[in-house]
Design a protein around this ligand. Sequence first.
Ligand code: PLP
Length: 437
Amino acid sequence: MSSGPVPLAERARTVVPGGVNSGQRNVPGLGDLVITGTGGARFRTADGREFTDFHAAFGPPLLGHNDPDVARAAAETGATLGHMGVGVTEGEVLLAEQLVELLPSVEKVLLTSTGSEATFHALRVARAATGRRLVVKFQGCYHGWHDSVSLNVISEPAKVGGHDPISTGILTEVLDSTLVLPFNDSAAVRHAFAELGSDIAAVIVEPVPHNVGALLPYEEFLTTLREETRRAGSVLVFDEVITGFRHDLGGWQRISGVTPDLTTLGKAIANGAPVGAIGGRADLMDLFSTRPGAPAFFAGTYNGHPGVVAAALATLRKLREEPVHEHVFRLGERARTELRELYARLGVPVTVAGYGSVFVTYFMDGTALDGGVPRTYEDLLANDAARFVGYRRRLLDHGLFELPLNLKRSHISYAHTDEDVDRLLEGTEAAVKAVLA
Ligand code: PLP
């Protein structure tokens, strides 16, 4: 007897480990999610469901999925200009010129295909420049999949304060050359530099750690990082893979007024096309081997791919010419404010945090927190993970997609409308009432 065609997700599991191509795409409790179409603020699945998407692929499509201007620019370029892997194209120069113009720290810039490659090279060149071993990162920050930074992102309470690798297969020597400090703790930074400053090659930080939702930095914390790294001759790296362009065309460095030595970018700068960038002080960037004879090896077959560069240029044009930030900031503020009001009315203690287009509802009472929002990873240990995930699973029944994984942030894009925020509020109310019932 014929049993009919094998479902795609099952075929995927046969030939792809777990059936998906990146960790965290296989979300427990979600069932098989076979994506068949995206557009603006929505996506569709093979089983006929349609969702309003507040996950937004971990953040790239700031303009919304398949933005027509970005898609057209990439397709038109692709029709006439293939990737050569030698020399340079006009688009690469135009993009570099704009990144230099927009980001205060960027005097020169190189393109990569991902954010991980950008942060990898930032640390490599910092070690090349200083001849030092240690890298400082902060609990709760994620900088990609490579060994030096693959630790202490979302850690169980007992692991906070120690080394907590997110993968096996990493040499202990590599993990031991990364020092993990608490975010927003200036005293800890000063202490580390007093003890080990002459060994510290780089400090890498998400200026707003969005990989655990949203921890807003104290102004004085970023200033301390700047002062201590400058005094010790270490390299300060702002990992703006999420904050860059999403919060401001000049990144968090323009918002905070703190200029790092190096900046890493990705995600929103090409609205979903695979891109990353590393930029910064000319003397550091000139150490990369794209300059003949320079010592820090830098390469990538797809770096500066014409279609990706065209997507980035079209994204930038739109971000500069249309009121994108005004729109997403207004809807983000509306979502945060009205979610707070809604939960207060329902008598459920939550802490709604975020910035601009990013929002996250933590299931914890934030009234005792400084300014009513979390500032440290330790603050987030009070979040009820089961409720955080449970409520997001319920949202699926109302056609709303916020990634049902603990501490993940949600995003608003230029394609979202007030009606989408209305839908979010209505769905949230129904989901919360169902949980409470
Ligand atoms: N840095 C930050 C702050 C990120 O959030 C990410 C990815 O989520 C990365 C780096 C790595 O970027 P990619 O996934 O493009 O390698």
